[in-house]
Design a protein around this ligand. Structure first.
Ligand code: FRU
Length: 425
């Protein structure tokens, strides 16, 4: 955490190294309790996965007409869970108490870019709404492609619902491509050597000095014949990064690429949904990643990983020595994914979605081989219990859970029973 004097690369990026990652372990401090299906899903007609708050410029959850609002990737719950990414559609939900949620509807009806929309963030600024999202694939493509661009929909407004209750998110939206990979700091699709490249999951972030940024998931180009990873070509295919773009004027529609904050070359291919929590000048950078995206020789987990520095461009060091903050129990290793941490007093609260609860099943690949009704039965498709995490400098500890999709605002006190949400609620 030594800021500008740290051992960062010349362009300021920090590294998550194999030395760090080979120390990854499930420990009492980083394993969430087992999740049981809730009595009601967020919406019985929908699969719901990656989810984020509508937030004000300073990062705190927005309140509109007494409601907090979330945006999520959704699909019809009639679909096989594995097919949902191919048709992902943004929908919003709102709640007056942070526990029971109403479905607001689709965020966009028309005009969205790509053949489907993947994760992003949503900014509420002076009554205007900006939705940053990943435009995946090409509009009207015959065969699904995996190209990715960072897109913006602007022009939205949010107001009380017609009957005075709840909220309504309305267009007309104007969609544009904000960022594409430059091929130098950020890998383009044609440069990708292993799994598909990534360029997605934009996260709006306003720093304490008022400077405005987007964080996003990307990859660092590693050309063939490079001496990275001691020249090991198989390891070089794993090149995830946390990208950064800056808005010189603070205009939330105008960003320029900057070098990545951190990368994980030789370690991991996907540093998903990067986001920051800043407490007293300490920057906590979080990403989600999968067991199957770690490089050969590193045993990782579907988990929330975190890094800490003393400035946005500081020298990020992995929390807990290796980086793992929160993972699933060994007998339900894929029960939750796509974690998002936010500040709540002395604690962090971490939301995620309830994924495959394939108890005692060692590999997620097995799930796709099951009969269709078994695949459906094993998919949560709703918000997971919120996890309470304590933070002390560079160390974190799981403290307990709240109910499925219970998302308190900062001013709301937390239940004294730390494991309120551990059992079926
Ligand atoms: C994480 C993720 C995101 C992406 C979305 C697609 O769960 O892979 O990176 O935007 O899912 O469904």
């Amino acid at each position: 955490m030594s800021g500008d004097d740290g051992p960062n690369a010349p362009d300021g990026r920090s590294a998550w190294t194999r030395d760090h990652a080979t120390a990854l372990r499930r420990e009492e401090t980083n394993v969430a309790p087992i999740i049981y299906p809730p009595s009601e899903r967020l919406d019985e007609g929908l699969h719901v996965w990656d989810t984020w708050w509508l937030r004000d410029r300073d990062g705190s959850p927005a309140e509109v007409n007494g409601c907090r609002v979330i945006v999520a990737l959704t699909s019809s719950s009639d679909l096989l869970p594995g097919k949902r990414h191919d048709v992902a559609t943004l929908r919003y939900f709102y709640s007056a108490d942070g526990e029971s949620w109403e479905t607001g509807g689709r965020v966009f009806e028309t005009g969205m870019l790509g053949s489907r929309q993947w994760a992003g963030s949503a900014l509420h600024d002076d009554g205007d709404v900006y939705v940053y999202y990943t435009a995946a694939g090409e509009a009207d493509e015959a065969d699904l492609s995996y190209s990715q661009r960072i897109a913006l929909a602007e022009g939205g407004t949010i107001s009380p619902g017609d009957d005075g209750d709840g909220v309504e998110l309305d267009g007309p939206w104007e969609h544009s491509v904000l960022l594409e990979p430059d091929g130098e700091w950020y890998e383009r699709e044609a440069q990708s050597r292993g799994m598909t490249y990534t360029f997605r999951d934009p996260w709006f972030f306003e720093d304490e000095d008022g400077e405005t940024y987007l964080l996003f998931e990307a990859n660092t180009p590693v050309p063939e014949g490079s001496d990275a990873c001691g020249g090991d070509a198989a390891q070089q295919e794993f090149n995830g990064s946390v990208g950064l773009a800056h808005s010189p004027t603070g205009d939330p529609t105008d960003f320029e690429l900057r070098p990545p904050l951190l990368d994980a070359v030789c370690v991991n291919q996907e540093l998903e949904r990067p986001h920051l929590v800043v407490r007293d000048g300490t920057y906590y950078l979080f990403v989600s990643s999968h067991h199957h995206t770690f490089a050969p020789g590193v045993e990782g987990y579907d988990a929330l990983y975190g890094f800490v520095a003393d400035g946005l461009r500081g020298d990020y060091e992995p929390l807990n020595g290796h980086g793992m903050v929160l993972t699933n129990p060994a007998n339900a290793p894929f029960q939750a994914y796509s974690w998002l941490a936010y500040d709540h007093g002395d604690e962090l609260l971490v939301t995620s979605f309830f994924n495959y609860f394939d108890y005692d099943r060692p590999s997620m690949d097995d799930v796709a081989l099951l009969p269709e009704d078994e695949q459906m039965r094993r998919f949560g498709g709703t918000l997971a219990p919120t996890v309470r995490v304590g933070v002390d400098g560079t160390r974190t500890r799981v403290l307990g859970t709240l109910g499925h999709g219970h998302l308190p605002l900062a001013r709301e006190s937390l239940p004294s029973d730390p494991f309120e949400g551990a059992a079926d609620d």
